[in-house]
Each structure stands twice: as C-alpha cells, then as structure tokens.
Design a protein around this ligand. Structure first.
Ligand code: GLN
Length: 488
C-alpha cells in the first residue's frame, strides 16, 4: 500500500469499496507524499493534516455503518485557494486576504462534501487567478513537477502540479481564460472547463464574473466526468447557473469515436507555434481519425481579436469585483488618516503588481468616454467569436486544437513581459468568451521531456462530447502512464 498516493479517483474508490484500504490510510499516504515532495514542488499554500484525517475517519465510519455508498466517499481532493471552504483560509494567493478564514462552503465544495469527499488542503495560484504561470502568487512560486525550474502554468498551477506530482488524487481549479486547461497541459494532467453556467460560482472569489467557471483537474478523463457530475446543476445562489439536466457523463465514455465529426480550426495552427506542439497535436488528430472520427477543417475567423477582447472584458470585470477588498470587510487593513487614505494604503500594500495593473486597465476601459471605444466594442467582438463557434458546431461535435502555443517555459522567462504572457492565452480565452466547454488532455512530450496538451472544445452543455473524445483518445494512448521523477 506504499503507493496509494498515485491512484486515480476511480482506482481509490474501488479500493475503498473493496475494503482494501481505508480513507484514513489514503489521506496518510498523501500527507506522506506531500511531506516528501512539496518542498520541491511548492503546490500547497495551506494544509491542515488533523482536519483532513478527521474527515477521513468520519468517511470510514460512514462506510462501516453500511447502506448505499457514494463513489466519492472518502476521496481526498485539493482545492484552489480561490474557492471558499468553511473553516479554511482562502487567500486567493494575495496578501490582502492573508489571515482570512472562510465562514462558508462554495456550492461546488458543499456538493463534494455532502457526498463524503475530503477537502484535503489548499493549493497555490496566481493572485486572484490573474496569470498564466503561478508566478503572480504573493506567497511562492509553484514548480513544474516535470522540470522544477519550469512553471506549472496558471493560474491553477498549484492544482495541476499537485495532481501531476501525486500530491493529490484530483484538484479543483477555476478557468476564466484557460486557467484549468493550460496548467493541466503544462503538467500533463486532465483539465476540464465546463460550460459557463454548468457549475455554480457561489463561493468562488470572483475575478471576471461573465467568464469564470469552476472545474476539475484529474489524472484521467473518467475522473473528470465523475467530479463534473458531482458539482454540476442549478444553484439558487448563483443566478447565472443554468437549470438544465445533468447527464450521467460516464455513459458517454466509449472506446471509439465512430460517428463523431471533429473540426480542426485553421486559425489555431499558426506560425510562431512550437513545432513540437504542432506535431504532437496533429498526431493526436490522426489518432482520433483512427478511432473512427471524421475530421474536417473549420474556420473561426475572429480568433485574432480574442486576446484583445478578453483582456478588456476580464480587466473591466476585475476592477469592479476587486473593489470589495477595501480593508473594511475582508482580510488586511492598513490604517490611514481617514477612510480614503486607509483604502488607498490597504490596497497599495495588499495587491501585487499584476493585480494593480489589471485594476488600472479595467478602470480605464470602463471610464466615461472610453467605455464605448473599448468595453462595448470588446463585447461586440465577443459576440462574433461566439457566433464563429456556433457556426462550427452546426456541423461538428467537437473541435481539436492545441492548448497553448508552447510547452511550459522557464521560471522568470516571461514574468517581466506581461504582453508575452497574455499572448500565450490565445487558444484558451476563446472558449470563455464564447461560454462553451473545453477539455485539456495529455498528448505527448517535447524532446526536453515536458508535457503537451490537446484541447477539445465542445458546444455549450455538451460536456459529454468532449469527455467522450478525451476518454477514447486517452485510452488509446499511454501518456497518462508516464510520471515525473521526483525524489521522495
Ligand atoms: N491567463 C489568463 C489571465 O491571466 C487566464 C486566467 C484564468 O483563467 N484565471 O487572465
């Protein structure tokens, strides 16, 4: 039982069901793994071992008392530090929330908790989910488990690194412009961004409310479908969560892709992309063809405007959402001569550089006189991007693309060049602007041994399409069996 930490959720669930291990043993194995490798990976920002073990013992008691047992009972899950878990810190990797303890569970967390999942600990991220490398955390830089001097991606870098390093069986992340899919690709795990409205945002600290979605980072597509189903569904606490039925996604998972039509958007295979990424993705496309899918070329002509539109809309919404951190209601407070002085001092000391940059940008694009030229125009571009997808999905069940133009890069390489960092989001921000769903699945490695991700985009509320493609592809290949070599 020495390698319980390396199991998938499904594997752990069947061991628990067969009484081959207890949940307490599972949590203990993970705590041991974290103690051994997290000094190098730096994925966790807070971990309460006693509380995790107490939750595990409670799950073991529930199982022993008989009755029907949920597949999630006793399974430990790491949570991105942007989601509220009752009684745990929630810092969003920001100094401004240092010391803040959540008084309630986010709906997605409450749903997992009610089914017996264990909320293991909190994992690192870019401050307020703004970034693509986790270097914007106020606390520490998480490392890519495949190469410790490389970034894990972001903003859910702690979630991806923890799963890849076997420090968690699965983790929750959030995706506003790629923050689940891109770190999953950089770390070689599976990442799912559900359709906007699929999972409640209640209890997710808002970055850009019209783009944010919660989703799982896992070792397999099957695990992603399990967590998606458990967290999905309408929530009266979030009026943007949609009241549509939640299918049993496991029924969509089949070994072939017969009868499916998959589109290749030509705008996603562009100059400047790392040739190793392009060839891995093209090989994955061939594999999907071999599994029975029909492959067709499609066009998403407004893709070139996506980065500009995203960084106008996301910063505008962020500037409004982050106004609440004022030294009065949450976390840090720096006293001043009067309330205005106190707000200024608190925010100057509490927010990091990237967050300040975005608040300033967002305030500017919303200011009178500029609103029409920037924000309104960006919203119109957003509609065009959405229409591109709607048209493509008239004929295709899903689209295949790279997740990012390159694999993970060296820590520090892009940190001082925000524009370069933003451009790396070109293939992921479109799905958030359009509100559709997307999956990232491992599809190979660079010559230097870094993972590469395949992105599978699907129509709104058709997660079953992308899970089916991801699962068939994953089962036909062996990428998931490779693990990073970490001492510990
Ligand atoms: N990298 C993008 C940004 O910095 C996306 C972040 C996210 O999805 N949270 O805004």
């Amino acid at each position: 039982m020495s390698d319980l930490h390396s199991l998938s959720l499904h594997q752990a669930s069947s061991l628990l069901a067969g009484r081959q291990c207890s949940s307490e043993e599972l949590v203990q194995a993970l705590l041991k793994r974290i103690a051994a490798v997290d000094a190098s990976v730096q994925a966790y920002v807070s971990l309460d071992a006693e509380s995790a073990l107490a939750q595990a013992r409670e799950a073991d008691r529930r199982r022993a008392s008989g009755g029907s047992v949920d597949p999630l009972l006793g399974l430990p899950i790491a949570v991105k530090d942007v989601l509220n878990v009752d009684g745990q810190p929630c810092t969003c990797a920001s100094r401004i929330l240092e010391g803040y303890i959540s008084p309630y569970d986010a709906t997605c967390v409450a749903r997992l908790r009610s089914r017996g999942a264990i909320l293991l600990g909190r994992v690192n991220m870019d401050e307020f989910a703004m970034g693509s490398s986790t270097e914007n955390s106020a606390f520490k830089v998480t490392r890519n488990p495949w190469k410790l001097d490389h970034v894990p991606g972001g903003s859910s870098g702690g979630s991806a690194a923890a799963v890849a390093a076997d420090e968690a069986l699965a983790a929750l992340g959030t995706d506003t412009g790629g923050s689940i899919r891109q770190p999953a690709a950089f770390c070689g795990c599976v990442g799912l961004k559900p359709t906007y409205g699929r999972i409640s945002r209640y209890g997710l600290t808002a970055f850009a409310s019209s783009l944010d979605q919660v989703g799982p980072l896992t070792k397999t597509v099957q695990d992603a479908s399990l967590l998606l189903r458990a967290m999905s569904g309408h929530d009266p606490m979030d009026s943007s969560s949609v009241d549509v039925p939640v299918p049993d996604y496991s029924l969509a998972l089949r070994p072939d892709l017969k009868g499916m039509k998959l589109g290749l958007p030509k705008e996603y295979f562009v100059e400047g992309m790392d040739p190793q990424v392009e060839s891995a993705v093209r090989a994955a496309v061939e594999q999907c063809r071999a599994l029975g899918a029909e492959i067709v070329e499609v066009s998403l002509p407004h893709t070139r405007y996506a980065i500009a539109a995203y960084y106008v809309i996301a910063t505008a919404e962020a500037s409004a959402n982050l106004a609440r951190f004022d030294g009065v209601r949450y976390g840090k407070r720096v006293e001043g001569e009067d309330p205005i002085d106190m707000y200024g001092k608190t925010r100057a000391a509490g927010f990091g550089r990237e967050v300040k940059r975005r608040i300033i940008l967002g305030t500017y694009v919303l200011s009178s006189g500029y609103y029409d030229a920037y924000y309104l125009r960006a919203q119109k571009v957003r509609t065009l991007i959405r229409n591109d997808f709607l048209k493509a999905f008239e004929t295709c069940d899903a689209l295949l693309t790279p997740v990012a133009p390159t694999a993970a890069y060296r820590i520090g390489e892009k940190k001082d060049d925000p524009l370069q960092m933003y451009l790396g989001d070109i293939f992921t921000v479109t799905a958030n602007l359009a509100g559709i769903c997307g999956l990232s699945a491992p599809c190979g490695f660079t010559g230097g041994g870094l993972p590469i991700g395949l992105q599978i985009l699907g129509p709104g509320f058709k997660e079953e399409n992308i899970l089916r493609v991801g699962h068939a592809y994953e089962q036909a290949t062996e990428w998931r069996l490779k693990k990073p070599e970490l001492k510990g």
